[in-house]
Design a protein around this ligand. Sequence first.
Ligand code: SF4
Length: 263
Amino acid sequence: MIWKSHIFYYGVCPRKYYLAFVQRVKVSPTKEMVFGNLFHKVREYVSKNENKILKNVKGMYELEEIVSEYKKYYEDSLNYAVTENARDLERLEIDVEEVNDLLKKDLDLYFISRAIRAKRTMDSLGIEKDELAFYLAPEWNYVEYKIIDKKTGFAGIIDKIIRSKNEFYPVEIKTGKPLLEGVYHPHRIQACFSAILVENKFKIPVNLAFIEYTQINESRPVLIDESLKKEVFKIKEGILKIDNGYVPPKIQKCGQCEYKGVC
Ligand code: SF4
């Protein structure tokens, strides 16, 4: 199977795919990567529990009271993120206090933004509790949703899928710095890959996906069209070529690539 991470690595640099998945070279993640994973995990935990959180929100609540409902999930989401990244935190000797401080600051802002969304929805639609939870975070919300598609040979865990009536929109969550405008191309490729998976799973066309940049709390759209899909299938061909013995050359711009030392 070709997984979402394979497509992303190849999209960044074919040689990176070769080193990581053919040569299986192990490199330590950078501190930035570990922090990225931690931010990802706290959001995942909150998303998975948002239905329960919103079921407790009454129509008369002020913003601060809604934030307090979210804050009840502080400790559990921090523990979940730290446990999931325990090995890397230990390997890089990252101080857990430092992690907690950073994650708490991030969660404070995140909870306020979620609470504002809930407050605005309650005020404009006149709904609360169960109805609010159903509207903003239905139980069938797809978080970390795994799809294996035998037809294309593609597989991946989609960060989030938003469903609005019969429309499905895959969302990729990115914790790194966003571009000033638009979307980093490997992210577009990854979003298209997820869209193909969702399309084949639910048997409906997916014309739009989103990249959620957590640092600026903004979701940027990615139009899914035929030319982007062709690019994804071209990458599939490239991956199969590497799997069959082709060694891709180095590229010019390696940026912060974690394989620099072994490439
Ligand atoms: S160091 Fe450069 S050429 Fe090597 S894998 Fe990374 S990005 Fe590609």
